[in-house]
Design a protein around this ligand. Sequence first.
Ligand SMILES: Cc1cc2nc3c(=O)[nH]c(=O)nc-3n(C[C@H](O)[C@H](O)[C@H](O)COP(=O)(O)OP(=O)(O)OC[C@H]3O[C@@H](n4cnc5c(N)ncnc54)[C@H](O)[C@@H]3O)c2cc1C
Length: 461
Amino acid sequence: LVNEQRIVIIGCGAGGGTAAQLARKTDRNAKITILEMSKYAQYSKCGLPYVISEKIKKFENLIEFSKEWFEKEKINLYLNTEVTEVNIKEKKITFKKDNKLEYTEFDKLILATGAESNIPPIKNIQINNKLTQGVYCLRTLEEGKILYSALKNVKKVVIIGAGLIGLETADVLYQKGLNVTIVEALPNILENTLDSDMSNSILNEIESKINVYTNHFATEIELKNEKIENIHIKNNETNKEFKIETDLIVVATGSKPDVTIAEKIGCKIGKKGGITVNEKSETSVKDVYAAGDCTEYKDFITKQSTLIGLGSIAVRQGIAAGINAAGGNYALHEGLLQTRTSEFFGYEVAAVGPVKKEISNFPIVYGKFSGSSLISYFPGGKPIVMKIGVNENTGEIISAQSVGANAALRINVFACAIQNKVHVEDMRKMETAYAPPIAPTLDAITLVCDVAYLKYSRKNR
Ligand SMILES: Cc1cc2nc3c(=O)[nH]c(=O)nc-3n(C[C@H](O)[C@H](O)[C@H](O)COP(=O)(O)OP(=O)(O)OC[C@H]3O[C@@H](n4cnc5c(N)ncnc54)[C@H](O)[C@@H]3O)c2cc1C
């Protein structure tokens, strides 16, 4: 007789969908069920800006794994199904489908409930707990559709937040011919990805295309006949307040983990508000795993617990949760590198490891290099700027940032170096590939290490 273990997954995003796939690969007989409250199977949130720009034709094209796909893998995916309660003692789940309450039981539970958009405290941003008409978020496929149709007949747009998603959205709306303004409360754009000396060149360039107000806080949305007319913003230093005329506002101020169910069943919630998980995606409650944006896990360099906000990490945690829930044994590396990338206004941007402000009390030397993606005589070379951080005492590389051609690929090389605690002296001697149309004899990867090494060796003379 086959003993079928029952694995239930709440949420079919990058974390939950991946967990289901890996659970199935690990145990061919398990009864695997995903309960998803939206009407869509696993889709890519990361692709949403590119449907708005019409590079991708339809929102539905973002669905990477359909209901049929899951069915073929013998995974039961229930859509439009909201989990309302979990009885952890009896291992019983209550969910609402077609306005009816139903139940299911589990042996292992995976929480992959994701996160929701963070809404900053701005006067009139919400009315009766709902976003005011004309104010939009871009996190779900449904929200993407709503924003896309709202853009018709719009000329002026304000985006609140100059992180990766804010800038991707700004670029897309600029390409559509709209007058775009970004308002950012922090002193610089991309504060969580680049140090200010790296982001400044981007800022100077994009300011010729859109209006950017850093160090400004949005305070109030002014409505006339229930229609948005202006947004009030305040300079953080001078307190000077003024208004900007706008037809539409996009809120891109990050997200907060959805831990409603986790909290109710007693999972430990970390300082940052996410479900605390270990390298096996285990929570503090036996037989309950968690993956993706609803969790927090420690950073490889700072050792501090950090919220997950990247699809790349949600997928990797989903792999661990799925394999382990199904009886396998899989552990992620000790800590997150947070390897991240994006592209906007013609800039490719990538980084790995903490930005300077997060590790201001660490002993670090930095090296920076500006050069070209190709050897000087070959036409078509593109500018590259790279910066790395090196532990002043040990010589280990701990962070890297890159702006320019193939930024993500170069940063992936540094991800490998950081994970393996490579010394900057070894890295500067690394043999990189060279051919005139592809890469220079000495790549920015090793040249930036030369600069950092000189500083490191001066300190350790
Ligand atoms: C515009 C945009 C661009 C992005 N670009 C990138 C990028 O380029 N690279 C990158 O690495 N990351 C990117 N991200 C982040 C990435 O999309 C997320 O990290 C990832 O989607 C998180 O996956 P998840 O499975 O944890 O959560 P989600 O995708 O949020 O999935 C959670 C699911 O759980 C469901 N759920 C919640 N509660 C319940 C319940 N009670 N019952 C049933 N179902 C429930 C929700 O409906 C949801 O579908 C981007 C995000 C956005 C919004």
